[in-house]
Design a protein around this ligand. Sequence first.
Ligand code: HEM
Length: 567
Amino acid sequence: MTFFVSAILLGVLTHVFFHRYEPASASGPFFALLLEPLLLVLFLDFNNASLSITIAVAAAFWASLVTSIVAYRLSPWHPLAHVPGPVLARISKWWSVRNVFKGNQQRVFKALHDQYGECVRVGPNEVSLIHVDAIKNVLGAGGLEKGQVYEPRVDPKHGIRSLLTTRRPDAHAVRRRVWNRALSSETLKEFEALLLKRVQQLIDRLDGMVKDGQGAAAVDLAAWFSYFAFDFMGDMAFGGGFEMIRDGGDKEGYWTLMKSGAKRIAILCQLPWLAPMLYKIPFLTRAPAKLRAFSSKCAANRMQSGPKLTKDLWYHLMDEEGREKVKPPMPEVVADGVLAVVAGSDTTSVALSTLIWCLLTNPEIYARVQAEVDTVFPDVDGALDTSKHDELKLLSACINETLRLFPPVPTGGARQVPAGEPRLVAGTWYIPAHTQIYVPAYVIQRCETYFSHPDVFDPDRWLRTHELHTHTPAVLIPFSYGPANCVGKALAWREMLLVASVVIRKYEMRFAMGDAEKWVDTLEDAFVTNVRGRLMVELRLPSGTSVQKTRTWMFPDSNQRTPEASY
Ligand code: HEM
């Protein structure tokens, strides 16, 4: 009897201890939980200790520990007791792991907000908040710092942080200064030659397929947009290295590696305390290590070759111009190069794919956009002229509306309330210290409080001059908000407008498969959206257009032909 009472007491005490001194890694607690029952048995009755008694004591200890944790998390004494949410989410993080594993976190969060309201408890110490003021107070300057959820994204072997995982605001601001310079409106012009080269290559490949299909071809546009965005970001970050458009797929396997890694990391982010332990398992670190080795090789090549067609992102991040007092450390620049490829490729390609999907499911709007693009670019070759992007009002509205309905980063990372008093974050919501707060773009942008008919694709809501309906542009946050918002926003807009207008100007499009309307249901929330389904679209040249003719596009700015040989 003494054994069991002691085991139960020890279970409760262990919970109190770990609650007070929360461990950063699971390895300490893991061994403590294994050893404690054994030590208890030896301590209470060293002479009569046996395996069966130890097992029974361990079972009582663990049961008491779990009961104590669950009871506390559900109790009215928990600091988040005032926030409603599903029981499983309040009890354990494994509920979130399941959602991320299934890839439907954004849809689950949406359903929960529909059920419980603007603030929902989505984890034992986590809330999701969709109040307009939370955008400024959580994500804005002077808001909250990035939460623990970012820790598993840090290079496990060397502890090197990228810009994204630099959580301390002062350190982040220092690194961000270099990035801001790298992706300013002036440098955007510099990158245009690289961008146009890849757009030309993409169109050449699509043209080739259309020609082979004698005027029409069914292609997986989502895949080709991915190849384009990945190759382009490889050019930007490392002066080249990826050739997916040329190969028509992922011959080298690095794209697949990144994608599978992205999902695994998204899952681990739900269990930041478990990550240091899991990262000791070689099987789990093999993929990131391979990726790191490849990135380092690309970086070394780039160092040797210098910038190719024009100054690239590496040029600025490595400060090859010599503007910083202290040169950025090479490992950090490599980490930022990988970040650029990860952050800048799938986001942009998903946005382009969902845009085309939205247009094809709304034929009237598609016809209007087509008319606009044809008017702005009367000559098909002129669609590469980025100086006319300001005239693409309806296309820009369609991109805004696509990013509203399908933000490529649907939930994003959480911010964390610092130690101390509860913080008034928005409305009447006081959120206690150490709580992680999500402001999910997918949910807030589809909230009826902020937009009329929020689930309808209605680009005109961005064009109306006098508003009859509810319209709150302040909650459009596909690029996040504040000092850690997307630094590549202007570049992403340039890419999206360019590729979309070229494709729309050049081809007539329609779904090539019967059930293509369900394609958006295959979009997974793995931090950045993961496209699982194929977006099969039939591309057809308008009658009277020849493939040959359109293959001689010129670069409007540089007057330079595409260097075919370099593909
Ligand atoms: C449609 C395209 C894009 C969307 C929707 C998008 C969205 C976002 C979002 C939501 C964040 C914040 C993530 C967080 O707080 O955890 C972010 C950060 C970031 N994005 Fe983008 N992004 C896009 C394209 C790009 C491009 C083309 C680049 C080019 C390099 C880029 C580079 C970055 C970087 C470096 C960060 C980290 C910023 C920081 O922590 O200060 N993104 N992006």
